[in-house]
Design a protein around this ligand. Structure first.
Ligand code: PGA
Length: 254
């Protein structure tokens, strides 16, 4: 079963509309011809329109970084999944920064995931243990709980559509990437096997599982050689045309 690899750039709270459009256009010019890797740009909400406009008609895809669980209502400052349709194909959910700073729980991630699926969009669900949990040997327990929590009451048909990103909290933005062996073990032996248990072999084989945390042009090949890692959710290295497009090219084998 071959899974199309993903290089998803999580731009976090960086790049307003004008700067975001410039980066999107630069990337389009550099790797817009690459069709063997799915390139997903995830700017802040305010820049979604500009990025969408910049890459229109190309192979590049756009993602949001969050969505509210309700379709509309009195939720000041929030954006719902149906509002994102037409602007994005993907929505990152449960990023550790949202779990940490916005106190998002597994139940909230699950509610958002249902809303995103209902809107016809593809969730990129982030899971990963903290440094303390890692040191206490709780990686498997934490990742299993987060995946199960996010996927509660999700059917096999829907589960087969989504993307899961394993992002150990201690590796994000730290320069201390998980080794490819550790990342492969979590993606393959924990997450993919859990999907087979929760659903079936087909869901386990079709779901794309990404690694995220201090990936860069120098280390991306070692992750992409791992059979159960289908790409990366990239933070810092996604904010520069040169580093992001280098990672796309390495992944494409070009
Ligand atoms: P990083 O961030 O690549 O800067 O470590 C990854 C992420 O937070 O998705």
């Amino acid at each position: 079963m071959s899974r199309v690899p993903i290089m998803a750039g999580n731009w976090k709270m960086n790049l307003g509309p004008a700067d975001a459009a410039v980066l999107a256009r630069d990337i389009l010019q550099e790797t817009g011809q690459v069709t063997t890797v799915e390139q997903i740009l995830c700017p802040p909400f305010v820049s979604l329109y500009a990025v969408n406009d910049a890459i229109r008609g190309s192979v590049l895809r756009v993602g949001a970084q969050n969505a509210h669980a309700e379709p509309d209502g009195a939720f000041t400052g929030e954006v719902s999944a149906p509002m994102l349709t037409g602007l994005v194909d993907y929505v990152i959910l449960g990023h550790s920064e949202r779990r940490q700073f916005c106190h998002e729980t597994d139940d909230e991630v699950n509610a958002k995931l249902h809303a995103v699926l209902e809107a016809g969009l593809v969730p990129i669900v982030c899971v990963g243990e903290s440094l303390e949990e890692n040191q206490a040997g709780q990686t498997s327990e934490v990742v299993t709980r987060q995946v199960q929590g996010a996927l509660a009451n999700v059917t096999g048909a829907d589960a087969g559509r989504l993307v899961i990103a394993y992002e150990p909290v201690w590796a994000i933005g730290s320069g201390l990437a998980a080794t490819p062996d550790v990342a492969e073990e979590v993606c393959g032996e924990i997450i993919r096997i859990l999907l087979a248990d929760l659903y079936d072999g087909t869901v386990a084989e079709t779901t794309r599982i990404l690694y995220g945390g201090s990936t860069n042009p120098g280390n991306i090949a070692s992750y992409m050689e791992s059979p159960d890692i289908d790409g990366a959710l990239i933070g810092g290295s996604a904010l520069k045309k040169d580093t992001y497009t280098a990672m796309v090219r390495v992944t494409a084998g070009a």
